[in-house]
Design a protein around this ligand. Structure first.
Ligand SMILES: Cc1cc2nc3c(=O)[nH]c(=O)nc-3n(C[C@H](O)[C@H](O)[C@H](O)COP(=O)(O)O)c2cc1C
Length: 452
């Protein structure tokens, strides 16, 4: 599979040309790009890939919204949409190590020292209250300071100067842990950010598993071949060789800067916080690189992150409840699970598995396999008719969740969590039966002869 971003873009252009919009008039990256994409979706129900050819204040063209379609994501994985979770799980279980190459598209232009200028990149401001221009599609590549195992994740960067940004490290997640370790060693954490990558690489970056699972291997497994990685110019980190643009940097062990407000994926604009400072050492890129902007908090962002989250949660529940049928993450911090419950108590085990597998999840609903977790009405029906809060509610106090959850305001993600076992008790086969129609009557009714 071609590993560069443009090959995938060209595949969409040739196979689904109507999913592509090129905007030739000049656009202001402050506010207008995100608003254009979101308003287009509201008014037309369409979610094309956008290229903004002429962006005020920069020579880079901006591309966005490529992940806002399940179909396009499935294309990037080389499978049908309904096969995505299966392929992702297979990739997690069958990782392929990367291969080092000497050079790649991301090395066509190399800027170091005084040539580094973050202000030359598109200064995209996404929502009305944002405190500044953000890079929202930066995929971090960093090595565990103790084991050397890579971790990859999306981490937003607020541009604060020619060679500085802030970074949001979710408290308790892997990159935050690496930074804690490096700080304890009195060292900055070397990290490179890739912007504009094949979506298979983006999906792999969002894999959630043990800190000892190397996401560059999962990227390879999704690509079905080793990820080509090339060494950075200024730091001891390697990055996807065919990325559009790379930022080489260090996260300071001591410096912080005020970051935000920022329009979060939760739909809220959270206030400013002190965050770690990133010192940029080099920018390297393809000659006519596209700058990818993640349409943050909207479908581009949400669809991309849901596939890896659901796969990981399915894997976790299956290890405890082998008869799990489906897992869905319908909205922030929420997970619906359906299981074929063979033994009393498996519903509660499923809840515990979810909480054990994903820091972000705060609310879990477990239903029987006759309930479709992709239909909110059915989940609500099961909640209302099969659960008793005093018996079926699991409440966990003083746990760690997302530091972006506004209901934990002031306590940055120190949260309680709740799960409801909405499976029928003691087991579905012994529960009050669902009403049904008399045998043969349903088939004998000819609706077309009644409704003309
Ligand atoms: C577009 C996008 C932006 C994100 N921004 C951040 C961020 O700024 N900070 C962060 O900690 N996680 C962010 N995330 C979530 C992490 O990338 C995600 O939870 C990742 O799996 C964490 O990696 P880890 O499990 O290896 O720690 C973002 C995800 C997406 C899709």
């Amino acid at each position: 599979m071609a590993q560069d971003f443009l090959s995938f873009v060209n595949q969409i252009k040739s196979e689904r040309p109507d999913e592509f919009v090129s905007v030739s008039g000049e656009i202001d990256p402050a506010h207008a790009i995100t608003a254009t994409v979101v308003k287009t979706e509201h008014e037309t129900k369409k979610r094309p890939v956008f290229i903004f050819e002429k962006v005020k204040g920069t020579n880079f063209k901006v591309m966005t919204n490529i992940h806002a379609s399940r179909h396009r994501l499935a294309m990037s994985m080389g499978v049908a949409p309904r096969e995505m979770q299966k392929k992702f799980l297979y990739a997690m279980e069958n990782p392929i190590p990367p291969k080092e190459v000497n050079t790649g598209l991301c090395k066509e232009v190399i800027l170091t020292g005084n040539e580094v200028d973050m202000m030359a990149l598109p200064q995209v401001v996404h929502h009305g209250d944002d405190g500044g221009a953000y890079i929202t599609a930066a995929i971090s590549f960093a090595k565990d300071p103790i084991t050397g195992i890579y971790n990859c994740a999306y981490n937003r960067l607020m541009i604060t100067g020619r060679n500085t940004t802030s970074i949001h490290l979710t408290l308790g997640k892997h990159l935050w842990e690496f930074h804690q370790t490096a700080t304890a060693q009195g060292k900055p954490l070397q990290v490179a950010f890739a912007i504009g990558v094949h979506p298979a690489i983006a999906l792999g970056a969002l894999s959630i598993g043990s800190v000892d699972e190397d996401e560059t291997h999962i990227m390879g497994a999704i690509l079905e071949e080793p990820l080509e990685m090339v060494r950075c110019e200024t730091i001891d980190v390697s990055v996807p060789a065919q990325a559009e643009l790379i930022i080489e940097a260090e996260i300071s062990p001591v410096k912080t800067v005020e970051e935000g407000p920022f329009g979060e994926f939760t739909g809220y604009s959270l206030g400013a916080r002190d965050r770690e400072v990133v010192e940029v050492k080099a920018i390297t890129h393809r000659k006519d690189a596209y700058f990818y902007d993640m349409n943050v908090g909207h479908l581009d962002h949400m669809l991309l992150s849901t596939i890896p989250m659901e796969a990981n949660l399915f894997r976790a529940v299956r290890s405890m409840v082998p008869s799990v049928k489906a897992v869905r993450v319908p909205s922030p911090f929420t997970c619906f699970v359906s299981i074929e419950q063979r033994l009393k108590g498996q519903g509660k085990n499923a809840i515990m598995s979810v909480f054990g597998a994903d820091l972000y999840i705060k609310r879990v609903v477990v239903v029987d396999h006759d309930v479709d977790v992709f239909d909110d009405r059915q989940v609500n029906w099961a909640l209302a008719t099969r659960s008793q809060p005093d018996r079926d509610l699991v409440l966990i106090k003083n746990a760690r969740g997302s530091d972006l959850d506004p209901s934990t305001a002031g306590d940055d993600g120190f949260t309680s969590k709740w799960g409801i076992d909405a499976t029928a008790k003691p087991l579905l086969k012994e529960f009050t039966p669902r009403h049904k129609f008399s045998e043969g009557v349903w088939d004998s009714i000819d609706v077309k002869s009644i409704i003309r």
